[in-house]
Design a protein around this ligand. Structure first.
Ligand code: UN1
Length: 513
C-alpha cells in the first residue's frame, strides 16, 4: 500500500481538471471538445482531455516529420541514453502512475504497478538494444565485393493503444521506436486518456532536458476518427495498433491500401490444456489469475480450460472453490483480487455472454451477476463466472473481454485437446499443464499449438517483455516488445560495395561495351 491517495498521484503526474490532449512535447494545444474520463472504480470524474482536431493533427505531423530529421542522425546509443533517462523517470513515478492506471482503468494496484514495471523493463531492454540493431554480412559472388545489410530509422510511427494496458503497450512501442531513430505519435484509448497525458508529460520532460526538438514524442486524443488521421496518412509508414479484431481489420485494410506497414496486436481466445499429468495446484493458480486478473480484460486472459475427462471433476471443484475466495471491489484496496470492468458497455457484453452460453446449452457452474450496493456504485463490478461449454458454441468462439471462463472436456490423448485449442479464429496465447514430457513437447511441436505464445506449466497471461509478444490468425500476426520485434520499426537496406577497378555483373552476365 502507498501512503498517498489518487489526488496526490494526479498532482505528482501534473494532471489537471481539464488537460490539453494534443502535444508535441513541451507544447500542448487543442481547444474545445473534451473527453471526460470517469473512473470505473467509483464512477467519479477524474479529469477531462481535449480532442485533437484535424488542424491540431497537422501541427503535430509538421513537428514530427521535422523532428525525425534531427533524431534519426543521433547515434543510436545516444538515443538509448535518452530512453535510459525515461526509464529512470518511470522508476521515480512508478507509484503515482501505477495508481492512476489502477484508478482510470480499474485493474488492481499491483497490476498497475506491474504495468509500469513492464515500461521500465522495455526501457532497459531498449537501452541495450541501442548498441546492437545488428544487420548481417554476406559473401558476395563477385570478387572484390562486399555485401551487408543495415537497418535505418523509418520515420513517424503511429501508435493506437487499448484501454486494458493504457501505458505499457505504448512504452513497448515507443522505447523500441525511439532507439531505432523513429518519432512517435500516440493515440491512447479514449477510455483512458489521462494515462496518455501523464505518460506524455514524463517523456516530454526527458526530451526537453536533453535539448531535443519538439515532435519526437507526440500525443493526439479522440476516438476512431483521430485514429483515421493516422491510418490514412502516407507520412506514417508504420501503424502499431492494439485492440479488437474488428478494429484491426479496418486498420489493416486502411494502412494496406496505401502500402504502409501495420503491426497488429488483436484479440485472443486463450486456453489452458489440463492433461492427466497436470499439477492441480499450479493449474488453479494459473487458470484463476488468467481468467479473473484485470477482470478478464487482458488479450492474454484465460478464456477456456480444456480439461482431460480423468481430471475434470477434480479441476472443476478446485477452480470453483478458488472462485469462492475471490474478493471483488475497489482495485486500489490491495485486499481485493478483482476490480471493475472498464465501463457499462463492457458490463452488457459480459451479461450477454452469460445469456448466450446458456441459450446455446452451456451449464453455469459459478453464477455471474452485476454487483450493486456500497462500493459498487459505478455499476461496473461483476462476479467472475464459470460455465461448462462446447468449443463450437458461437459465444465460446468469440472473445468476451470479461471474467467468463469456459470449461471444456476432452478425452483420449493430447491431440484431441490441441484440436479444441486451435479450433478458434484467434491465435494469441496458449498453455499446457503437464508433467509429461511427451505431452509438453507435442504441444510445442510443429503439430502443436498454433498461437504466438505457448507456455508449459504457466498460465496464458503475464508474458515477460524479453520475448516477442503477439499472435497468429485473427490476432493479427504482429510482434511487439522483445526478441527481434525492433526490426519492424526500421527499414532494411542491402548494400553491395565494389572495391575493384572492374564492374562484373551478378549471375555472370556478360555485357561488353
Ligand atoms: C494485452 O493484454 O494487451 O502477457 C497485453 C500479458 C501482459 C501483456 C498483455 N504482459 O498478459
Amino acid at each position: 500500500a502507498t501512503s498517498f491517495g489518487i489526488e496526490e498521484a494526479l498532482k505528482q503526474l501534473g494532471l489537471e481538471a481539464v488537460n490539453k490532449g494534443t502535444s508535441t512535447g513541451s507544447q500542448w494545444f487543442s481547444e474545445g471538445e473534451t473527453i471526460a474520463s470517469h473512473s470505473p472504480v467509483d464512477g467519479k470524474l477524474i479529469g477531462k482531455v481535449t480532442v485533437t482536431s484535424k488542424e491540431d493533427y497537422e501541427k503535430v505531423m509538421t513537428k514530427a516529420t521535422e523532428a525525425f530529421k534531427t533524431w534519426r542522425v543521433k547515434p543510436a546509443p545516444l538515443r538509448g541514453e535518452v530512453v535510459r533517462q525515461f526509464g529512470d523517470e518511470l522508476r521515480r513515478l512508478k507509484e503515482p502512475l501505477g495508481k492512476l492506471v489502477s484508478y482510470e482503468m480499474g485493474k488492481s494496484y499491483q497490476e498497475g504497478l506491474g504495468e509500469v514495471q513492464e515500461m521500465i523493463d522495455i526501457c532497459d531492454f531498449a537501452v541495450g538494444l541501442s548498441r546492437q540493431l545488428h544487420g548481417l554480412t554476406m559473401h558476395s559472388e563477385r570478387p572484390g565485393h562486399r555485401m551487408y545489410e543495415q537497418y535505418h530509422p523509418m520515420g513517424v510511427v503511429g501508435i493506437i493503444s487499448a484501454f486494458n494496458f493504457p501505458v505499457a503497450v505504448w512504452a513497448w512501442n515507443t522505447a523500441l521506436a525511439w532507439i531505432c531513430g523513429d518519432v512517435c505519435v500516440w493515440k491512447p484509448s479514449e477510455k483512458t486518456p489521462l494515462c496518455g497525458v501523464a505518460c506524455q508529460k514524463i517523456a516530454a520532460r526527458v526530451f526537453a532536458a536533453n535539448d531535443l526538438p519538439e515532435g519526437i514524442s507526440c500525443l493526439v486524443n479522440g476516438d476512431y476518427k483521430v485514429g483515421e488521421y493516422l491510418t490514412t496518412d502516407k507520412r506514417v509508414p508504420l501503424i502499431s495498433a492494439t485492440g479488437s479484431t474488428r478494429m484491426g481489420k479496418i486498420v489493416g485494410r486502411t494502412v494496406g491500401e496505401r502500402l504502409g506497414k501495420s503491426l497488429l496486436e488483436l484479440g485472443g481466445n486463450n486456453a489452458i490444456i489440463v492433461t492427466p499429468d497436470a499439477d492441480v495446484k499450479m493449474t488453479v493458480i494459473g487458470a484463476v489469475f488468467g481468467a479473473v486478473g484485470t477482470a478478464g480484460q487482458r488479450c492474454t486472459s484465460t478464456r477456456r480450460l480444456i480439461i482431460h475427462e480423468s481430471m475434470y471433476d477434480t479441476v472443476k471443484k478446485a477452480v470453483v472453490d478458488a472462485y469462492k475466495q475471490l474478493r471483488i471491489g475497489n482495485p486500489l484496496d490491495e485486499n481485493n483480487h478483482v476490480g471493475p470492468l472498464i465501463d457499462k458497455d463492457a458490463v452488457s457484453n459480459y451479461e450477454n455472454a452469460l445469456t448466450k452460453v446458456v441459450e446455446e446449452g452451456g451449464n453455469i457452474v459459478v453464477e455471474g451477476g452485476v454487483l450493486s450496493g456500497e462500493g459498487y456504485e459505478s455499476g461496473c463490478y461483476v462476479k467472475p463466472a464459470i460455465a461448462e461449454a462446447e468449443n463450437s458454441f458461437k459465444i465460446v468462439q468469440h472473445e468476451t473481454f470479461a471474467p467468463v471462463l469456459y470449461l471444456i472436456k476432452y478425452s483420449g490423448d493430447v491431440e484431441n485437446a490441441l484440436d479444441i485449442q486451435n479450433g478458434v479464429a484467434q491465435g494469441l496465447s496458449s498453455a499446457i499443464m503437464t508433467n509429461n514430457l511427451r505431452e509438453a513437447e507435442r504441444f510445442l511441436s510443429v503439430a502443436g499449438s498454433d498461437c504466438g505464445i505457448a507456455n508449459v506449466n504457466i498460465g496464458t497471461s503475464g508474458a515477460e517483455i524479453g520475448g516477442a509478444f503477439g499472435g497468429e490468425k485473427d490476432t493479427g500476426g504482429g510482434r511487439e516488445s522483445g526478441s527481434d520485434a525492433w526490426k519492424i520499426y526500421m527499414r532494411r537496406q542491402t548494400n553491395t560495395i565494389n572495391y575493384t577497378t572492374e564492374l562484373p555483373l551478378a549471375q555472370g552476365i556478360k555485357f561488353d561495351l
